[in-house]
Design a protein around this ligand. Sequence first.
Ligand code: TA6
Length: 312
Amino acid sequence: MATERPSFELAKGINGLDKIILRESRNRSAEVYLYGGHVTSWKNENGEELLHLSSKAIFKPPKPIRGGIPLCFPQFSNFGTLESHGFARNRIWEVDASPPPLPTNSSSNAYVDLILRPSEDDLKAWPHNFEFRMRVALGSEGELTLTSRIRNTNSDGKPFTFTFAYHTYFSVSDISEVRVEGLETLDYLDNLTNRERFTEQGDAITFESETDKIYLSTPAKIAILDHEKKRTFVVRKDGLADAVVWNPWDKRSKTISDLGDEDYKHMLCVEAAAIERPITLKPGEEWKGRLELSAVPSSYSSGQLDPKKVLE
Ligand code: TA6
């Protein structure tokens, strides 16, 4: 259990925006912008960046930051009437000085608690009072954990319903050399064909064209194997049934003004999400959604990556 006070630095980031820096022993670090409560950097002990930040990312409100880990709340994509992916990713969050206790099983004290409450304008677009607390923690093994707690603080007795995603952009050496394991044989909604429902084949997912799929009822653990880097990202999630897998590929990339034309080669979004079954909270109720990311050397056996070892 982390018993010490959190340890973080407050600094100025791009365009003077406030950011939090978390540091762990052995050179590991993470950065979170208060703009969007947005994790923009996660580095390992060699100082290598593990998240993809767009080469054309614009750090200027109200444009959300392209890359890192945007938060999609209270709406994923256009599943509703709000702006795409909701408003949490382009609001200014605050450091939460006295969050309710949140037990952790890490000995690290490199963490920060943030909070977002709706503004008057937000309440006009989405008439619900809430407290969205998020702890970003860098663990003693270099793992990055984001724990979101969303509470209905309506005083009018009304419940509210939302969808959610951690829209994580992983940095990969070459998208054509990457495979995702843990989603085989699952049903998904394909965003490229009007969210038609399909069933994934039995093989690991590989990439050779635009991909935009919402996998449903996914396991708590998903692996992203980067063959060239001999590195595997392990995504562990809790409270988040779905997983979105997105790569815009070449043509679509050119239509996204804040994404470099070549960026798609070095990024893959695997997003722990709650979409198919939206979350409903009555006043006083709280929902928790946890994401833990780790980067480990890929297991190798006779030249082949061994999926069993990776998912063990
Ligand atoms: O999560 C995948 C997705 O919803 C895609 O459909 C794609 O448009 C992407 O997110 C990026 O959305 P954004 O609003 O950040 O441009």
